[in-house]
Write a protein that binds this ligand. Structure first.
Ligand SMILES: Cc1cc2nc3c(=O)[nH]c(=O)nc-3n(C[C@H](O)[C@H](O)[C@H](O)COP(=O)(O)OP(=O)(O)OC[C@H]3O[C@@H](n4cnc5c(N)ncnc54)[C@H](O)[C@@H]3O)c2cc1C
Ligand SMILES: NC(=O)c1ccc[n+]([C@@H]2O[C@H](COP(=O)([O-])OP(=O)(O)OC[C@H]3O[C@@H](n4cnc5c(N)ncnc54)[C@H](OP(=O)(O)O)[C@@H]3O)[C@@H](O)[C@H]2O)c1
Length: 510
């Protein structure tokens, strides 16, 4: 078996893979991308109406500003793809990428089978991992050997979460069509309109994919003969119509040093823990101000959609969705209905609920999310695969990047914040310096302790702590990353800006 050796392998050509390739370019990495294009979810999970949930300047590489970056509108997925292609061209990243190349297995190289934990360097001069790659349209496998691997396979896309059902309660008894949002994203405008037009549609899920699907459904059903769609809402979460709350910019509430000062952060010491307890009324007040605005602005009470939990908990778990402008106007026109239920199943004519009610349906769309961990489990070998199993469902990664028990491997794109591009890019900079030997990782015990401390903070802030989300302490997280890289962590030009202006990628230029 001929093995191709190289120093660094990167798996995935989404924003995380691109950022990793850019930062590790001096090592001539090989990037494997399973599909025929870069962009990841923006290419393969987007609907006709999918847009970025923030203005472009919040989703930008630090050394590659968007054209018209001050345009405050949210760019469409096509504009994002153009931006990413232009970035990849500008930094000559395409030369690193092997398209249509799917990594199907990763295993430890023979030399390291016995003693992976004894590896003391990240670039030891011989392969640590072997990677099996299958090219589209072929069954042949090509093996590669790498000293270090960066896994950027994405948390979303590829592996949909499909609900499970009791006997004779699954899609097999339903006469209509069932489709996950992932499959729906493959349809073109004509096909999606045909699927929805004049049909009774039920959408399972009330988060961003479900909300966008409801709007597409309403748009396809304009006019008197158009049918209404119904969203099945298991948990009602806070949604936000725009980034202004009672006339104040949204970033003032959570994205400045001043606002994040109110929130618990890892390694904060006893004094700060006490201070955080004392400051909890201020935190609650910030959350209440936002809730009061949303309840005033949106008909949440009218539709029975007022969440039972504080806004802060959605924000702290990276679940906040931006509402398309036409969402509630379409509900007011009767084109979008809501059904609160946590237990539902199929009957031959549609969907049935545990309150003994039934909905008729021609099409059931599952906007039930994705299983990013399953994707990782399919390629990682044991025992490393089981290290990903953590009680809460979060991925235990030091600096959101290194698993303390998995040698010579980085994970990018598994920690979330307000802008996942910014979150991935700064960690790629950190990783490139780590791999380049500019600093060393702390001991395994210290890394595990840090990971556990971060998880505790997330658990204590929100009941929805399944995602690794650092949105309430992102500046502190980046401070620690900067310090480890030998950078100044306070990166603004004045104290005033340091306290009250938001941090974005531009603040973390090299
Ligand atoms: C519809 C949608 C909209 C979103 N909107 C926002 C937003 O507004 N703001 C925000 O911050 N975040 C948003 N997100 C989160 C989004 O996932 C991140 O912002 C970011 O794009 C993730 O990039 P990534 O590179 O980590 O992963 P991905 O984009 O998922 O890229 C992973 C890549 O790896 C490839 N791959 C997977 N498995 C293999 C394999 N075995 N071998 C080779 N290649 C493989 C995939 O083909 C894919 O190209 C959104 C997510 C979705 C699904
Ligand atoms: N920028 C954009 O425009 C855009 C568009 C789409 C997606 N996204 C992003 O993509 C990611 C995935 O979003 P997503 O909406 O696809 O998935 P998601 O955030 O995981 O939401 C899944 C939804 O399905 C519900 N659900 C899951 N299983 C269910 C079941 N068995 N019965 C009833 N309800 C069930 C969940 O309810 P519970 O809350 O009760 O679990 C939740 O409402 C997110 O990060 C999102 O921000 C962004």
């Amino acid at each position: 078996m001929a093995v191709i050796f190289s120093k660094i392998g990167i798996i995935g050509g989404g924003i995380s893979g691109l950022a990793a390739a850019k930062q590790l370019a001096e090592h001539n990495p090989i990037v494997f991308e399973a599909t025929d294009s870069i962009g990841g979810v923006w290419k393969h999970c987007s609907f006709r109406t999918t847009k970025l949930q923030t203005p472009r300047c919040d989703y930008e590489f630090s050394d590659y500003p968007w054209p018209l970056r001050d345009n405050t509108s949210f760019p469409s997925y096509n504009e994002i793809l153009e931006y990413l292609n232009s970035y990849a061209n500008h930094f000559d990243l395409f030369k690193f990428i092997n398209f249509n190349s799917k990594v199907v297995e990763i295993r430890l190289a023979k030399d390291h089978l016995e003693s992976p934990s004894k590896l003391s360097t990240l670039l030891p001069g011989k392969p640590v991992w072997e990677v099996a790659v299958q090219t589209s349209g072929s069954t042949a496998i090509q093996w590669y050997g790498f000293e270090f691997i960066v896994v950027c396979m994405g948390k979303y896309g590829d592996v949909p979460i499909i609900p499970t059902y009791g006997r004779n309660k699954g899609p097999e008894v339903f006469k209509g069509k069932v489709m996950h949002s992932q499959e729906y994203s493959k349809l073109d405008a004509e096909e999606s309109s045909q699927l929805l037009k004049g049909k009774k549609v039920v959408i399972i899920g009330y988060k961003k994919s479900g909300i966008d699907l409801a709007v597409e459904c309403a748009e396809a059903n304009q006019g008197d003969d158009g049918k209404a769609c119904t969203m099945v809402v298991r948990t009602s979460h806070w949604t936000v119509p725009h980034y202004s709350i009672w006339g104040l910019p949204f970033y003032l509430f959570y994205s400045t040093r001043f606002s994040q000062f109110l929130h618990a952060r890892p390694n904060q010491g006893t004094l700060r823990t006490l201070l955080c307890q004392l400051l909890s009324p201020a935190r609650k007040a910030a959350s209440k101000i936002i809730e009061s605005y949303l309840l005033w602005k949106l008909p949440l009470v009218k539709y029975g959609l007022k969440p039972d939990h504080p806004f802060e908990e959605d924000y702290a778990s990276c679940q906040m969705a931006i509402l398309p402008e036409s969402f509630f106007p379409e509900a007011d026109k009767g084109k979008i209905n809501f059904k609160r239920s946590s237990n539902w199943w199929f009957w031959e004519g549609g969907v049935e609920f545990d309150d003994n009610t039934k909905l008729e349906a021609d099409v059931v769309l599952l906007a039930t999310g994705y299983d990013g961990k399953k994707k990782l489990r399919t390629v990682l070998p044991e025992p490393f695969r089981s290290f990903l199993e953590y009680p809460s469902g979060m991925l235990p990664l030091y600096r959101g990047t290194i698993h303390p028990l998995i040698p010579n491997m980085g994970f990018m794109g598994y920690v979330e914040s307000v802008s996942n591009l910014q979150t991935s890019e700064i960690r790629c900079k950190w990783l490139a310096r780590l791999v380049g030997g500019k600093f060393k990782l702390p001991s395994m015990e210290k890394m595990l302790e840090q990971v556990n401390t971060e998880m505790e903070i997330m658990k204590n802030t929100t009941r929805f702590y399944k995602r690794t989300c650092i949105s309430t302490f992102s500046i502190n997280h980046n401070d620690e990353i900067c310090e480890e890289m030998g950078w100044n962590s306070w990166r603004k030009k004045s104290w005033l800006a340091e306290a009250f202006s938001p941090y974005n990628s531009q603040d973390y230029q090299d």
